[in-house]
Design a protein around this ligand. Structure first.
Ligand code: GLU
Length: 480
């Protein structure tokens, strides 16, 4: 049997991190088993839909490499893969279920339903539809249909017995059928509800394994009953735990941590995000934590999915992202870092040199601009910065050293790093001082900061001779 999984998002907004993880698991499971991964757009809830968001789904999946074998924009043998294009199929299947006695037409209008709700409320019984229309005579039904009375189709849930299924993660789930309502499966406007369309499509698209968030665990008994009603075998269910911000708080739009795009905007790499979310709720076992998509396919296993909520750990994502940045070669890092370098520095500088200095210093690309802020304009700094115990310097000795450095650099024409280095080392020798007594004051004078990418010599190269000398003389003025 060929395994077939699907990702079935509703186009209601940006790509949620939890949704992306569901897609990832469905992809990994299919690919691991030489199966087929399907994308299906569930757009029958017209009110919740947001224009243009199906495109975001296609783009995001393509961006992170979750290539689907069948889907709206790539086609496939079981299309269309957009639910709003399958309306006829749902009607036919709803009617099929009516014929089999597992669904019925319901003509109750808003007034009747409100009245039932009030009665239930008054007598303190939990409300569910009272099956009034399940007992209409066939003559009455035919008459109402031919008169064009507005109606819906409801699932006919048996009043006795239990329904159960075995979830691969949560185990056996069993509920009393009488706790389930005769839910609407086809609305009066002809649109199916989520529960119904989802079941019909999973079946018609040959889905063998349903992988989705555990918020659907409670709907699954209704789905199983629909399968039974049709006389179909249900798929294998794999519900995955919710991603939480903390033990009792979900990821949220307000905290800016809900969407894939939020993380891209914060300077995380897509590979690191995918790697990280794979580990949220699933453990490969063993120590290895950095996985490419191909390695994830290799390692993925349903057994590794845990049922406890997955707590999002931003520190771990930062670390993993840093690992990806450090693993890049110089050229690739330069290309990725360039927009951020340009954001931080307007002056014309050697961006390759800056990129090289930044590579091992950041976990996120967005940290780059602020680390380079001293290049365009020297910040106002305190003279205390010149004091550094280990380097054996303070403001007084720094003043003396900078006075020695200035003329030496002024005479130097070759402004390459090696030449500056040699010149300053010769000065160290002549003065009989420590390297730090020259280099620390230089760094502070050129950057106004205690921490910089690179030391005084690298900064001098980046700034160029004119600006270097100007900053040293500015320092000498301050130190006087
Ligand atoms: N359309 C549902 C959603 O937006 C799909 C649930 C499922 O995968 O069955 O999450």
């Amino acid at each position: 049997m060929q395994y077939r999984t699907r990702f079935a998002p509703s186009p209601t907004g940006y790509m949620h991190l939890g949704g992306l993880r569901t897609a990832l698991y469905a992809y990994l499971f299919a690919k691991k088993n030489n199966g087929v991964f399907i994308l299906r757009i569930e757009d029958t809830d017209r009110e919740r839909q947001v224009e243009g968001t199906a495109e975001i789904i296609y783009e995001t999946l393509a961006e992170v490499g979750l290539t689907y074998d069948e889907g709206p924009d790539v086609g496939g043998p079981y299309g269309p893969y957009v639910q709003s294009e399958r309306m006829e199929i749902y009607r036919e299947h709803a009617e099929m279920l009516v014929k089999r006695g597992h669904a019925y037409y319901c003509f109750c209008g808003k007034e009747e339903l409100d009245e039932q709700r009030l009665i239930h409320h008054a007598s303190r019984v939990s409300h569910k539809y009272n099956k009034h229309c399940a007992n209409l005579s066939s003559e009455e039904i035919t008459r109402k249909l031919s008169e064009g009375t507005p109606c819906v189709i409801r699932q006919n849930v048996p009043e006795e017995g239990k329904v159960f299924f075995n979830d691969c993660v949560y185990g056996r789930i069993e509920v009393e059928k009488n706790t389930l309502e005769d839910q609407i499966i086809l609305k009066s406007d002809g649109f199916p509800t989520y529960n119904f369309a989802n079941v019909v499509d999973d079946r018609l698209m040959g889905v063998t394994h349903v992988i989705r968030g555990n918020e659907f665990l409670s709907s699954t008994p209704k789905h199983v009953l629909l399968y039974e009603g049709f006389g179909w075998e249900p798929p294998v269910y794999i519900h995955v735990p919710t991603i939480m911000r903390t033990a009792d708080k979900k990821l949220s739009k307000r905290d800016g941590d809900a969407y894939f795009g939020d993380f891209i905007a914060k300077g995380y790499l897509k590979e690191a995000i995918v790697n990280y979310i794979a580990l949220l709720g699933w453990s490969p076992g063993g120590e290895k934590e950095k996985f490419s998509l191909a390695e994830l396919v290799e390692a993925f296993d349903i057994e590794g999915i845990s049922k406890s909520p997955a707590i999002f750990d931003i520190k771990k994502l930062d670390w993993l992202n840093g690992e990806y940045l450090r693993a890049m070669d110089g050229e690739e890092f330069h290309d990725k870092a360039l927009p951020y370098i340009k954001e931080g520095v307007k002056r014309d500088i050697d961006t390759r040199m800056v990129a090289k200095l930044m590579k091992d210093r950041v976990e996120r690309l967005t940290e780059i601009p602020e680390q380079l802020d001293f290049i365009d304009a020297l910040p106002d700094y305190s003279l205390e910065l010149y004091t550094h115990k280990k380097m054996k310097t303070n403001a007084e000795s720094a003043g003396q050293m900078l006075a020695e450095i200035f003329p030496v650099l002024e005479r130097l024409d070759d402004w390459r790093q090696e030449a500056i280095h040699e010149t300053l080392m010769a000065l160290v020798e002549r003065l009989g001082c420590k390297n730090g007594q020259i280099l620390w004051p230089l760094r502070v004078a050129l950057s106004g900061k205690a921490q910089t990418p690179g030391g005084g010599i690298e900064i001098a190269v980046i700034l160029g001779k004119g600006e270097t000398l100007a900053r040293i003389s500015h320092a000498l003025g301050k130190l006087k």
